[in-house]
Design a protein. Structure first.
Length: 400
């Protein structure tokens, strides 16, 4: 029996009009951004009308003893203030094609481009915030701002990837009371490479104890450790509080490798196993099952995979292991200055309407807030102290 077949040109082939795209993570930081200075990441819209930068006023607490029944006139205390500048830059992208391509495509290029451009604008903000976590603050405008080189630069300060050895050493020396290398304070050094080389893969993994030590450092900032009760004039890292409560919290942003070790820490695992509620669908709330954020000792730990992807420090630890940074944030640790919200754009002069294009543009700047003494004019890297953040470095070995 002869069966009739189809000629290849007569076989029906269908294409979906909607294209599938790869995964794009959200920042996960939106709940910790706010318009007031009590948020870990302060959102500022002062540049919406005009201006190239905004100065964030920083004021430390009064530290003097005051007077009792003696004469107050002539014994007034000076307010120590500083204005930290945050500069904005543009972020723009577009997709162009012509009528012939549009007509012959199996999927809608315009609707796909619109979705991809929206995703790009979210990704670029997320990545800039992550890069700013380990940036070294400066008082000058960031390199490549408004130049178009390498896509411009909205990250204030010096990106870690561009920092010199001198930059890193000056930063770690200026922030001696708010940096932590591994599991013990004794690992610290004013030479960054020396301190990082003390981080090993056995004793210096990310654990609940390491997070609590970073919290202890934050709590003791602003006080001279060698003179109890004496304030040293350095910025005090202030915990943030949920509305209508007096519970103090710190936000700890952790990369994937450090978060892996934190989840496996017996103290953290036992707390999630034994101290969490067992009612009300625990499998949808307990991080043992969900892999979500962890809470211990007043610290909310949030996994940010982009910290590993963008900030992993290759081969700088003991025995050349990888080292991964983590970041403990209090109030006003970072600034996100918005000049223009993302808005759609389109190509207006495209070859007699044959070429079409659509784009997106936004203007913003993001940076780690830092303070220099009021008497310092033209603050350099060694003068600026991170205002609301403890930066830690732990073992970041790859998965076996």
């Amino acid at each position: 029996m002869a069966l009739t077949g189809n000629h290849v040109n007569n076989e029906l082939i269908k294409f979906r009009r909607t294209a599938a795209t790869d995964f794009l993570r959200k920042t996960r930081l939106d709940p910790f951004m706010g318009n007031d200075s009590t948020s870990p990441i302060v959102r500022m819209s002062d540049l919406a009308a005009d201006g190239k930068s905004i100065n964030v006023p920083l004021v430390t607490q009064l530290t003097g003893p005051g007077v009792g029944a003696g004469t107050l006139r002539g014994n007034e205390e000076q307010i120590d203030s500083y204005g930290f500048p945050v500069y904005a830059d543009w972020a723009r992208n577009a997709v162009a094609n012509n009528r012939a391509v549009n007509k012959e495509s199996s999927f809608s290029i315009r609707s796909t481009a619109r979705s991809l451009l929206s995703g790009w604008s979210k990704r670029i903000v997320r990545d800039d915030i992550v890069d700013a976590l380990l940036s070294i603050p400066t008082a000058a405008a960031q390199a490549n701002r408004l130049t178009g080189v390498n896509g411009g630069n909205r990250v204030n300060g010096i990106k870690w990837s561009n920092a010199t050895t001198a930059n890193k050493n000056a930063w770690v020396a200026a922030n001696y009371d708010r940096t932590l290398f591994g599991s013990v304070i004794a690992n610290n050094s004013t030479t960054f490479a020396t301190a990082a080389a003390n981080v090993d893969s056995t004793n210096d993994k990310m654990t609940a104890a390491v997070g609590s030590l970073a919290k202890a450092l934050a709590q003791q900032t602003g006080v001279d450790p060698n003179n109890p009760g004496v304030y040293n004039g350095r910025p005090k890292i202030t915990p943030w509080q949920q509305k209508d409560t007096d519970q103090e919290w710190y936000l700890c942003l952790v990369g994937s490798r450090a978060f892996r070790d934190l989840k496996a820490d017996p103290t953290m695992y036992q707390a999630n196993r034994d101290a969490r509620e067992r009612e009300n669908s625990p499998t949808s709330k307990n991080p043992i099952f969900t892999g979500g954020g962890l809470i211990f000792d007043g610290i909310y730990y949030l996994e940010i995979p982009e910290i590993t992807q963008r900030l992993l420090l290759k081969g700088i630890g003991a025995s050349s292991i990888d080292v991964e940074p983590f970041f403990l944030l209090g109030q006003a640790a970072m600034a996100y200055a918005m000049g223009q919200m993302p808005r759609p754009t389109q190509l207006e002069d495209g070859d007699y309407d044959f070429i079409t294009g659509m784009g997106i543009e936004a203007q913003y700047g993001v940076g780690k807030i830092a303070k220099a003494p009021m008497a310092t004019s033209g603050a350099t890297v060694g003068d600026l102290v991170d205002w609301g953040m403890v930066t830690g470095f732990v073992s970041g070995v790859a998965n076996a």
